[in-house]
Every structure is written in structure tokens, then in C-alpha cells.
Design a protein around this ligand. Structure first.
Ligand code: ADP
Ligand code: MG
Length: 295
């Protein structure tokens, strides 16, 4: 491709809400055959809401919201924001947290009111809440079967509550997936969230169950991209989170949601400025057209 044609493509990209790091990016875009889509914040809005609180015996909802809200207040994760906001709303404020630790893709930990509080997914041993009492285990299973994200909350080494959070699929995501398919691309849904929640989103946007990779840790997101590349695929990855940055960098083409984190935007080759997944299809179509016309 001539530099001039590439620059014309870059300018058209800006009109479509696609920010391109350098004209050479369009060259790698042309060969892409697989598009890996992060779920939360990419296919969905990432604006999660707290929908239910389930408590163990002897534990009050206010207690759970106070401790979980305080520790989640220190995290930027969409799940954390939902919990902290709901807790602050209901209680009118939150206590401070000490020794805060974030365990990417797993949850958070910190000291509140002198207690070590954890909030995160129950399936991983790092959350201090792996031994759920039956009442909470049932609540977690039901929440996940309904396509929601279940967060186990514990303190002093015991699980005390399960919180249900969920967000909505972006109104443009199903059309975006259809457009990617129409370009001959295979969409894959990739998430650290539970398989049931992932399956519900996949069904809503038209991604086949066999193309859903769920329950992965942040470092396993990169592995998924590498595995697809090892199979001979040329992979584009679309993501928004800190946890997506390594996978965005590993992909042949990294597309960051403009509504996402700085880490994702820095790792990507392109930014979808409007946070509209349809721009991903526009970007690929644009590069094919730009490079096609001058050869
Ligand atoms: P995604 O791939 O959907 O962006 P992540 O990899 O960031 O998700 O997180 C995976 C899962 O880890 C979440 O669905 C949630 O269950 C849990 N998790 C991550 N961060 C937190 C947090 N701050 N509080 C509670 N749970 C969390
Ligand atoms: Mg995300």
C-alpha cells in the first residue's frame, strides 16, 4: 500500500470514530479472520447494578454492604463500582479501608472495621470464601443460572454473603456481531465471568456456545489469543479493561473501547472512540477497502 492511500484510510477512520495509532496498523487488519470480544464493558455496557443480597445466618444486609462496599470502593472494576455505589447509597457513606489488595480477575481484599474482608468469585481459592454454606452456595448457583455475576463476600475467614450483580448488553452489540460475521470473521466471546453469564450474553448477540471461553483469569486471556494464533488464526481482540491489556497487545490487531481504561487504550492499535462495537466491523472493512483499492 502506498503511504498516501493508508493516510486516506486513517482520515476516514477518524470520521467513523476509529482512532488509528499509525497507518501501518491497517495492513495487519486486512488478514484478520477471528475477532475475540471481551464480555464486560465491551459487548455489555459495563455499568453493573447490584440486584440482590443473600446473607448467611446471623449476618445483616447492612453489615454486608458496609464491609463489602468499603473494600470494593477502592477497586475500579465494574462489579466493584456497582457494589460500592449501592452500599454508599443505602448507608449514606462508607468506612475507610486499609491494606487494600486487588487480585485481578478474582476479587478484592482489605481491612475494614478491623476485619479482613474479601469479595470475589467463589470458585477461586484466593477469595477467602471458598467454603460457602449451603444457603449461599444455592444462591450463587441460582444467580449464575440466571446469567448474573455472583460475588462471595467474607470476613474473618468465613463466607457471609453472596451479592448478585449484572449489566445489560449494549444495544448495538448484536448488530456488530452480525456485521463481523458478514465480513467472514469468526466472533469469540472471552470473559473472566462465569460460564452461565457468558452463555446468556452470547445467546443474546448471536455467538455460538462453542465460541464462548468463560471463567478465565486475566493471564489466561492472553493464552486464549495465543492458542488461536497457534491454530493459524489471525486474531483481532476487542477489550476495555486493565485485564484485557496483555491480550490486546498479543493480538494481531488490538481494538480498545474508547469508554475503557487507559491501560487498554495504550495496549491497543486502534481505539473505538464511541464505545460502539459496530466500529470494529467498520475498522476491518475500511482497511480491506483502503488496501484493496490501491493494489
Ligand atoms: P471480564 O473478563 O468479564 O472483564 P474480569 O476478568 O475482570 O471479568 O473478572 C472476572 C470475575 O472476577 C468477575 O466476573 C467477578 O466475578 C470477579 N471479580 C473481578 N474483580 C472483582 C471485584 N473487584 N469484586 C468482586 N469480584 C470481582
Ligand atoms: Mg471488560
Amino acid at each position: 500500500a502506498t503511504p498516501t492511500a493508508l493516510l486516506v484510510g486513517t482520515g476516514r477512520g477518524a470520521q467513523l470514530g476509529i482512532l488509528i495509532k499509525g497507518p501501518e496498523v491497517l495492513e495487519s487488519t486486512r488478514r484478520v479472520d477471528t475477532v475475540v470480544l471481551d464480555k464486560t464493558g465491551t459487548v455489555t455496557t459495563g455499568r453493573m447494578a447490584l440486584l440482590a443480597v443473600h446473607t448467611a445466618e446471623g449476618v445483616t444486609e447492612a453489615e454486608v454492604l458496609r464491609l463489602a462496599g468499603a473494600v470494593e470502593h477502592a477497586s475500579e472494576h465494574p462489579v466493584a463500582r456497582a457494589i460500592a455505589e449501592a452500599a454508599a447509597d443505602r448507608l449514606g457513606g462508607l468506612p475507610p479501608v486499609d491494606d487494600f489488595r486487588s487480585l485481578p480477575g478474582r476479587g478484592v481484599e482489605g481491612i475494614v472495621d478491623g476485619r479482613t474482608v474479601t469479595a470475589g468469585r467463589g470458585a477461586r481459592p484466593t477469595d477467602g470464601a471458598r467454603h460457602l454454606p449451603p444457603v449461599l452456595a444455592r444462591a450463587m448457583a441460582a444467580a449464575e443460572a440466571a446469567g448474573r455475576t455472583a460475588v462471595a463476600v467474607g470476613w474473618d475467614g468465613e463466607a457471609r454473603a453472596v451479592l448478585e450483580v449484572a449489566d445489560a448488553v449494549r444495544p448495538t452489540s448484536a448488530e456488530a456481531v452480525a456485521r463481523l460475521r458478514a465480513l467472514g470473521l469468526r466472533p469469540v466471546l472471552l470473559t473472566g465471568d462465569n460460564p452461565a453469564a457468558a452463555g446468556a450474553v452470547a445467546a443474546e448477540v448471536g455467538i455460538a456456545p462453542r465460541d464462548v471461553v468463560a471463567g478465565v483469569l486475566p493471564e489466561e486471556k492472553v493464552d486464549t489469543v495465543r492458542r488461536l494464533q497457534a491454530e493459524g488464526r489471525v486474531v483481532a481482540m476487542v477489550g476495555d479493561g486493565v485485564n484485557d491489556a496483555a491480550a490486546l497487545a498479543q493480538a494481531d490487531l488490538g481494538l480498545a473501547m474508547g469508554t475503557g481504561t487507559d491501560a487498554a487504550i495504550e495496549a491497543g492499535d486502534l481505539t473505538l472512540v464511541r464505545g460502539d462495537l459496530r466500529s470494529a466491523a467498520d475498522a476491518i472493512r475500511l482497511s480491506r477497502r483502503t488496501l484493496g483499492t490501491i493494489r
